[in-house]
Design a protein around this ligand. Structure first.
Ligand code: DQA
Length: 142
């Protein structure tokens, strides 16, 4: 099965963001781990990252044609992008929302996700391992 892993705004700068929150891991290393976990689970994973909301929406639409499961971390868009919410709502396959940091322990505005009621599952505050958990969820729900 093919799985799309879509990372959004500012995730390209992961290595330079607060290591207390994000662990100091770069996007390339994060994606390498996700590809390795995917192989171990027998999944064909494709990781994409963009800082452009329209591109993220386009990838969501395209993924409807090829992916059997979706994992997404839209970064700050999570908290306000109804455009991304509307795109996510179109998926008919399992969709897992992942956040590296523990949103419950951060600013109040991060505690609301416009996606939470249109995704199949959420994995929050588990660092990179959260993506592995999301892959397992996708595998077990298709
Ligand atoms: C994040 C949490 C968001 O609030 C933040 O804007 C991010 C990353 C996370 O993975 O913890 O960019 O989605």
């Amino acid at each position: 099965m093919q799985v799309a892993v879509l990372n959004g705004v500012n995730l390209n700068a992961l290595a330079d963001r607060d290591p207390e929150l994000y662990g100091g891991l770069g996007l390339r290393e994060l994606e390498n781990r996700i590809y390795r976990w995917g192989r171990e689970l027998g999944l064909q994973v494709r990781c994409l990252q963009t800082n452009h909301e329209g591109q993220f929406v386009d990838w969501c639409h395209e993924a409807r044609t090829w992916a059997g499961g979706i994992i997404l971390n839209p970064g700050a868009w999570t908290h306000y992008s109804y455009g991304i919410r509307d795109a996510v709502e179109l998926f008919t396959v399992p969709v897992v929302e992942v956040h590296l940091s523990d949103l419950a322990k951060r600013e109040e505005w991060r505690q609301h996700s416009v996606l939470e009621d249109v995704v199949s599952a959420r994995v929050i505050g588990k660092g990179p391992e959260g993506y592995r958990e999301a892959l397992v969820h996708v595998l077990e729900h298709t």
